[in-house]
Ligand binder design. Structure first.
Ligand SMILES: [Mg+2]
Length: 168
């Protein structure tokens, strides 16, 4: 199936992010409003303090978020800022490519995260969790490979200040 063949989101509509772990258990459910969608890149916003479901309980992020979901990429990028303040950081999640069905954005979280600071410094996080989950969930070799490539691509983009790390 062509991953780009799904519906486009209309600006202003609500969309629910529904991330699972590899076995299908709920990991993260967060409400968004669509900002734009060109058929590949879907951009959505989240208002600080809106309840988020996580596998560790309810969470209310202190950050307003602008999130970049590319339908053909194995990651997403959250631009985080406290309300009324400049950019705090970008938080990137390595995931399977997202599927958008018209109201929900779904993907499998693949543990690895990359934190990027406004000064361009970056940090790869949760490598230990990725290692453990490869065995626990039995990630296929191509999933492991795509996740590792995605993490490298993110750090390279951060180093070069490529989009969306060019957007302060
Ligand atoms: Mg993680």
């Amino acid at each position: 199936m062509d991953v780009l063949a799904g519906p486009r989101a209309r600006p202003g509509t609500r969309a629910l992010l529904r991330a699972t772990k590899y076995d299908g258990t709920a990991h993260w459910i967060q409400p968004f409003q669509v900002v734009s969608d060109d058929g590949n890149l879907l951009v959505a916003s989240y208002r600080a303090r809106t309840p988020i479901y996580t596998s560790r309980g309810e969470f209310r992020s202190p950050y307003d978020s602008l999130v970049y979901f590319w339908r053909d990429r194995w990651y997403n990028v959250f631009r985080l800022s406290r309300p009324g303040c400049p950019l705090a950081l970008w938080y990137c999640n390595v995931t399977t490519p997202p599927l958008f069905d018209g109201c929900q954005i779904g993907y499998v979280d693949l543990d690895l995260d990359v934190k990027v600071l406004p000064n361009g410094c970056y940090e790869l996080l949760d490598e230990d969790e990725f290692e453990v989950h490869q065995k626990k969930y039995g990630y296929p070799p191509e999933v492991i490979e795509n996740a590792e490539i995605a993490a490298r691509e993110l750090t390279e983009m951060a180093r070069k200040r490529a989009f969306p790390f060019s957007e302060k």
